[in-house]
Unconditional design. Sequence first.
Lengths: 899, 114
Amino acid sequence: MTTWRTDVRRLLRLDLGRGDPAQDVRDEMETHLALRVEQLVRDGLTPAAARAEAERLFAVGDGTLRALLDEARSRDERAYRRERWEAAWQDVRYAARRLAREPAITAFVLATMALGIGLNVSAFSVADRVLLGGPQHVREPDDLVRLYSRVDHDVLGRELQAWLPHPVFIVLRDGMKTITGMAAYRVDDAMMGSGASSAKRTVARMSSEMFGLLGVRPARGRFYVAAEDADKVVVLGERYWQSELSADPDVIGRAIAIDDEPHTVVGVAPAGFTGPDLGRVDAWRPISVAARNSMNMKVIARLRAGVPFDAAAADVGRLRGRVEETLPAWARWLRGATYHVAPLRYNDAGREPLEAVMARWLAAIAALILVISCANVANLMLARLAQRQRELAVRAALGSGRGRLVRLLGIEAALLAAGAAALSLVLMAVIEPIVTRALFPQGAWEFRLLDLRIIAVTAVIALVAGMLVSVVPAVRAGRHDVVDALRSGVRSGGGRSPLRSGLTVVQATLSVVLLMGAGLFIRSLGRVQAVDLGMDANRVHVVEPRYAAAPRAPGESFSDWVTRRARLERAQYAVLAEAARRVPGVKRAAVSVGVPFRGGVTQQLWIPGRDSIRTESGGGPWVTAVGMDYFATMGTAIRAGRAFTESDHGGSEAVVIVNETMARALWPDRPALGECVVIQDRASGCARVVGVSADIHRDGLRDQPSLQLYVPVGQERGFSGSALLVRFADAGSGTAIAALREALTAADPSIRSIDAWRLADGVAGDVRPFRLGMMAFGLSAALALLVAGLGLYSIMAHAVTWRRHEIGVRLALGARPGSVAFLSVRRGLALAAGGMTLGHILSIGARRWLEPQLFETSATDPAVLTGVTVVLVSVAVFAAWWPARRAMAVNPIEVLRAD
Amino acid sequence: MTEPLPVLKGTLDLLVLKALTWQPMHGFEITTWLEERSRRRLALEDAALYQALYRLEKRRLVAAEWGVTEGNRRARYYRITPAGAARLRQQTAQWLRYAQTMSDLLLATPGGTR
């Protein structure tokens, strides 16, 4: 009677429900006894006797029964569990088969979800480093605080600043009661290595207590100790040790030159250790005695366990009087500063650093993209659900409850989420370094993919994504009236849902906003790179050798010493310029006292017959002393007159070359050539203007026009510090620079180390924000576009499925397939247009905020607007056209016959 | 008729599996099958049979399903699984060797060299 149903249910793998094992055993025994009684009666026994005999033969007793019951119960338990597992496994296989049947869509969904998850895990790992976990290898970073001073000053304002004089550090360290320790450090540039292979590196001075305070252990050797605070010892960064010393296992005890002084290596820090900050550090050395007395340091303290932040703030605040009492000589310098604490992650100005703000934004954008991509995947699954409406209706009619349907969808979502999570871990290996390097180029922490926390976070995010994906279709599937669906097929029911349309418009809007951002930054970057710096910044390298010190000889007067040194420097650089010119790949070389992007020297200027001279917003007049061939080397044009020649030197007639701005500002009504200027020393005579040069950006990309004048090397007064400018035939390859270094050290063995940098590096910091903006916006825009395209696709696919019947009728009535497809594409374009409008309104609204971030680019740049429109419309057309193909392929006969 | 032999420990499972190779049966059918085939020479305890069946089911050597008897009674039908059949083959071979060895030993006579 009920068996056929059981069989069908089993066939469809529906729940069989769970029986009562005790009742089963009793039933089975009863049948047995009854049959036995029948047998015995047939053999001639009376029914009563037969019953007694049957029971005797069965050996019915309490013990037997219980044993049977136990056996049955455990058997039943196992069978039930097995059945559940089998059912679940069947569901998984069923879901996997269904996903495999549409490989393109499944792959697309997996890719979108994996990107979404990967982006979120990247955001987490960055936020973990920047906001939560502190620098790598730092134990319990929440208990660490930075110390700040604040001077309330009319002019300088009330900014917190992280720099404290070393003696103040000592007073605070000895005075604070709420801390277990305090340590000081500062990070600077220094030359590491010697001779041709030397290079500028990031070297920290750090008090020995810092290692213990942070809780870091050396990877090799040991850290230096308090007794070595004045010694020339060094702990190397792991990356420096790897790349510069080829991970030399015998590095301990070796001597490494830092600023030309040999330091003994005592240890190597663990990989990823960056000290209290997040930037890469190549070496740590103790705070020398000289530094102790004068230098400003940054200071870190570890709070005693359980001490709240406010207590520490009050504690250090109280020490103001003590500092002033103990250091009366510093009173003028300290100007009544007060002392404060802030969390470790705060920057030198006592505020959340840019990185932390960006990490929050990144996390927010990543979460938004994940949510939207999940909504889209849900939509897509919903669309596919509609295609299965009949199957589901049949299942439901056979008693497959809502729970079962939800479970099926849930399993599909779980499979997708698990696949996406696995894929995202692979993607992470690619995404993470890009994200980190793009947003935090100075960050030096090591990212470990197979970190337990990362895997746990991936799993949690994937779980959330899976739930988001399964919840919407499940609710809708549950709500749908299955009987109706069964009765009418897929003809009825609304294909348009305002929720879905709204979601698609929101996605399109987000894509437009992000695309606009990316476009504007690309445009800015293009403009930045097209800026004429007035010099060939890509081909010119600034080469700065360091020589052994030339101390004052006994009995030598100060001015004699200065003169001797200047003469020595001039001779040295003449040799270098000559040597450089002979290096293959070098086109020109020139000496210059003062180089762009390095500040500069301004001097007093008089023009006979005038009381004052007009200066420009960029200040000046800036004075640079340049050698022969300077303008040709730099690639700076001479607009009028001549460049300096060999016959311009310290002993010849005083001459100057002025830049165009200066020529225009000082002699607006006549040519500057031949005019007279007096520089710095009023008593000195006229310097004759012999040339007018093109303006250069001497300070950076957003340079203001300034007065600039050049004098021949040897005629400068009151400043010194030469550099060699070398122009390469091309951008200056690594081997050409190495050859140059070799040639220079060979030409003058007294060179201790050489710093060399490309002039273009001087504006790299100015270019970086645009590159960064382009990367950040471009990455999120690409993802958002992908996600929006998927959303549009799913909604159109959904619509085509719902309207199959209608399309069939239209085609049967003679509509051309093309016009049917157009219906679908038109709807896609309408949604895209909605997003476009909203996106543009938002972009215009954000104009005031956006434009200062851009470089000479309007927030409503027409080229960007056009580009964004083209991209969005293409994506919309493509996403709508794909399902439309299916609409065109509808066979009207088939559709109409199906009813 | 001689007194029925007690069923040796461990042999009941084997006998049940053997019985089920004929066709799926419910408990009482198995009992009668064993009784008739053994010409009632074995003393079978019905309760022990069911314990054996449950045990075999737990080990997945037999599988059970509810069905209806000819007399329209609800009964549990057991059938042998592939694993059960394999076990039966292996155990049968072992038993036959054992029985052969036993009879050889017990029938051996002094001086006999068989």
